[in-house]
Ligand binder design. Structure first.
Ligand code: NAI
Length: 246
């Protein structure tokens, strides 16, 4: 998947899926803007990529803060001169059963996972429209397509992402912009670190390959949707869950 000369912006690029995707895009020739609110981890990813000869820069941003997103997006555009691909990958979980979920933690997840995608897309889309092309990839989840116990807030945010993806695909498709979502299954990152081992084993058994997903399983899906090979794919939700029985 050739990315030579393309500028790719990845939110949540300091850890997990985002960090692996940043490197994969870099290895395929892209210049990468790594965005995250974790400065230490983000700088580390960028410097490791530099050491491998990849052009990458870290930008500190809280995707939930609309004002900050605007300011940092201008800095990214100033640094690279353009954006070809935006991957809205940053996300958090604050799990609890509905009756135990506080309104604050409900809102917190919506602010980062849903409003964050709204903020970043609004900030980077104008540069894509000016160029007459661009690819936007939003990270949903199988919790967004099918719901998940203990994840009212998270499932709502990830289902909302699907609604925005399909809307933007319709709004901006004719302007040369592709907007798609990836819905990962359970992927081995810090995010699922709190799931008990016993539940993990059950999850693996629900997957025909009897394993969890790996960050690069998702990174490769991002790469495909960002590539010219996906030029006629718009408004779709690509489930990358190993065919999990749901
Ligand atoms: P992770 O926790 O390893 O990485 C998430 C990154 O997002 C971190 O670097 C974190 O600092 C950053 N982040 C969080 N809030 C932020 C904010 N307000 N502003 C900027 N950066 C922020 O998680 P993982 O697994 O790599 O998740 C990536 C995406 O994939 C998320 O959207 C997640 O919801 C989604 N996903 C993950 C699944 C999994 O099983 N790991 C399953 C389905 C979806």
């Amino acid at each position: 998947m050739e990315m030579k000369g393309k500028t790719v912006v990845i939110t949540g690029g300091a850890n997990g899926i985002g960090a692996v995707a940043a490197e994969l895009f870099g290895k395929n020739g892209a210049q990468v803007a790594i965005i995250d609110y974790n400065e230490v981890a983000g700088e580390k990813v960028a410097s490791e990529m530099h050491a491998k000869g990849i052009e990458a820069a870290f930008f500190k941003m809280d995707v939930a803060n609309g004002v900050e997103v605007k300011e940092v997006a201008s800095k990214v555009l100033e640094h690279f001169g353009k954006v070809d691909v935006l991957i809205n990958n940053a996300g958090i979980t604050r799990d609890a059963m509905l009756l135990k979920m506080e309104a604050e933690t409900f809102q917190q997840v919506i602010d980062v996972n849903l409003t964050g995608v709204f903020n970043c897309t609004k900030a980077f889309l104008p540069a894509m429209l000016a160029a007459g092309k661009g690819k936007i990839i939003n990270t949903s989840s199988i919790a967004g397509t099918g719901g998940n116990v203990g994840q009212t807030n998270y499932a709502a945010s990830k289902a909302g992402i699907i609604g925005m993806t399909k809307t933007w695909a319709k709004e901006y498709g004719r302007k040369g912009i592709n907007v798609n979502a990836v819905a990962p299954g359970f992927i081995e990152t810090n995010m699922i670190g709190t799931i008990p081992e016993k539940v993990m084993e059950q999850i693996k058994l629900m997957t025909p390959y009897i394993r969890l997903g790996r960050p690069d399983d998702i990174a490769k899906a991002y790469l495909f949707l960002a590539s010219d090979a996906a030029d006629f794919i718009n408004g779709t939700v690509l489930e990358v869950d190993g065919g999990m029985l749901k």
